[in-house]
Design a protein around this ligand. Structure first.
Ligand SMILES: C[S@@+](CC[C@H](N)C(=O)[O-])C[C@H]1O[C@@H](n2cnc3c(N)ncnc32)[C@H](O)[C@@H]1O
Length: 221
């Protein structure tokens, strides 16, 4: 399937870059890093097996969607990079994989969990709140979002990986958490994965947030 239209400036830069480094990325990103196993446990706690999880910016599907599938969840991965998705499709045929841009994706189908891991900060920050609002709408009451954002206040920038330039932008973590609270989320976890340095590392911040339940809602359908 292909829902990827022309999209934003950031999309164009990152689309070409990720398509050209898909092999190197896939080789480098073969296992969970740092405290990711713990974040996944918080994200998945109490979520029934078989529940639908959307992996927004799924890359090659490894290791995050791989972990979700191995734990018995249904995964729909979306990504704008055909080269990354080709790896996910070949390796995990039990998942669903859709070529789409986050800034255009409607997030219309209900799901119990949304993972947006190391992807939102690849888009201009003007897209972030609208994407988070669409994610909030698609999550079932009690459903969860697992997200990374940049770890500091900074203007948009480009940086290189595997000799390609990538675009990055982010609101600082406190601002993202305020947005999520305003969208009806309760924060379950927020911590630096790597704090910003005085050098080129702007830091990275992990968030798990839960969609609040209404008075008559139950946890997960
Ligand atoms: C750093 S990789 C992370 C992949 C995966 N989430 C992981 O944790 O390994 C970022 C991914 O986001 C995707 N991406 C970047 N901008 C995007 C956009 N505007 N729409 C959809 N996917 C995008 C890239 O193609 C890439 O696969």
């Amino acid at each position: 399937m292909n829902e990827a239209g022309s999209g934003s400036v950031s999309s164009a830069i990152n689309l070409a870059a990720y398509n050209s480094i898909a092999d190197q990325w896939d080789a480098a990103r073969s296992t969970l890093w740092g405290r990711e196993p713990f974040y996944l446990d918080v994200f998945l706690a109490g979520m029934p097996k078989g529940a639908q999880i959307l992996d927004a910016g799924c890359g090659s599907g490894r290791p995050m969607a791989e972990n979700l599938l191995a734990r018995g969840y249904s995964v729909l991965g979306i990504d704008q990079s055909a080269a990354m998705l080709a790896k996910a499709r070949a390796r995990f045929p039990q998942g669903q994989w859709l070529e789409a841009k986050l800034e255009q994706y409607p997030f219309a189908d209900p799901c119990c969990g949304v993972l947006c891991w190391d992807a939102l900060f690849h888009l201009e920050r003007c897209f972030h709140q609208p994407i988070l609002a669409r994610i909030a709408n698609c999550l079932s009451p009690g459903g969860r979002l697992m997200l990374t954002v940049g770890g500091s206040a900074h203007p948009p920038f480009t940086d290189s990986m595997f000799h390609q330039q990538f675009f990055y932008d982010s609101h600082p973590p406190q601002q993202v958490m305020a947005m999520l609270t305003a969208l009806g989320f309760t924060l379950r976890l927020g911590e630096f994965m790597n704090p910003p340095t005085t050098g080129r590392d702007k830091g990275r911040y992990a968030i798990v947030a839960e969609k609040s339940m209404g008075r008559h809602d139950t946890i997960f359908p």
